[in-house]
Design a binder for this molecule. Structure first.
Ligand code: AMP
Ligand code: MN
Ligand code: MN
Ligand code: MN
Length: 276
């Protein structure tokens, strides 16, 4: 068995590579079980499936859903979903519409900061207007020399409460988990340590997620410090959640992340893929 990576992005959201190229790269990194988890879209899954079949890899139909919990943007990875689910398709259409509108509003706010042509420059980096994300604006700000690192674009312009922040009416955490379950999927709380919450608050989030029907959480993510893995493993167990792992690979604009590269899951965890 090769490596298992259940979180990564293609050009169908804010990743750099095509879905097929992500699969080839994962194969080269020794991954044999992969989930392509683009933000709020499954558009890349068919192409990824074909590429995986050619290479003898297993590709799990998946995505990463943007949700809201107490006004915070919480990501939920959906694994093994039915792509034909009408409930899922309807929810993704709504998310796409909201994303498209938000893109224009972020562009207007950046214009007001004296950054001319921000919307057009960001859109040129995206696949489609409805896949336009903050990462594209961050890349655009980096290329325009407005910031010196990607993270700085979020700290200065795009993060919650910053000058170009545009609140977006994503589905609620509870609705999102409901949609994923209705589409036959497994709902996985993504990168819990990335929300900059105290452990008390994080436990409250995990509790709400589990009560809403969430079945797993990412115990290992390349975007989180390895120090927190033991606590996440214990917490997953105490809430009866299975454990998932993934790189959250995006491409060369986040060069510190590679497909299949992250610490291993503690042996005490119940891996989410054990049920497949
Ligand atoms: P969006 O879904 O358009 O709101 O964009 C969210 C994406 O922006 C995340 O999936 C990350 O890829 C990226 N992102 C969010 N916050 C940060 C941050 N502080 N530093 C770097 N990238 C970030
Ligand atoms: Mn992203
Ligand atoms: Mn995420
Ligand atoms: Mn992600």
């Amino acid at each position: 068995m090769g490596k298992i990576d259940l979180h990564c992005h293609s050009h169908c959201s804010d990743g750099e590579l095509s879905p097929g190229a992500v699969v080839v790269r994962a194969f080269e990194q020794g991954v044999s079980l992969l989930a392509l988890t683009d933000h709020d879209t499954v558009a890349g899954v068919p192409e990824a499936m074909e590429a995986a079949a050619r290479l003898g890899m297993t590709l799990i139909p998946a995505m990463e859903l943007s949700t809201l919990w107490n006004g915070m943007n919480i990501h939920v990875v959906a694994l093994n979903i039915d792509l034909d689910s009408s409930v899922l398709q309807k929810a993704l259409e709504r998310q796409a519409g909201a994303r498209e509108r938000r893109g224009r509003l972020i562009g207007e706010k950046l214009e007001r900061q004296g950054i001319a042509g921000a919307y057009e420059a960001a859109l040129a980096l995206a696949d489609r207007p409805e896949s336009l994300g903050r990462t594209h604006f961050a890349q655009m700000l980096l290329e325009a020399g407005r910031v010196s690192r990607l993270q700085q674009a979020f700290d200065k312009y795009l993060g919650a409460g910053k000058v170009a922040d545009v609140p977006i009416p994503w589905v609620t955490l509870e609705e999102g988990v409901g949609v994923i379950r209705e589409a036959g999927g497994i709902a996985v709380l993504a990168h819990p340590a990335q929300y900059r919450m105290t452990r008390t608050k994080l436990r409250r989030l995990i509790d709400a997620f589990a009560k809403a029907g969430g079945q797993a959480m990412e115990v290992v993510s390349a975007t989180q410090s390895p120090d927190i893995i033991p606590w996440l493993a214990l917490t997953a167990e105490s809430f009866g959640l299975m454990a998932s792992q993934g790189s959250d690979f995006h491409g060369s604009h986040m060069p510190w992340i590679e497909l299949g590269r992250f610490p291993s899951l503690p042996a005490t965890c119940r891996p989410v893929w054990s049920s497949w």
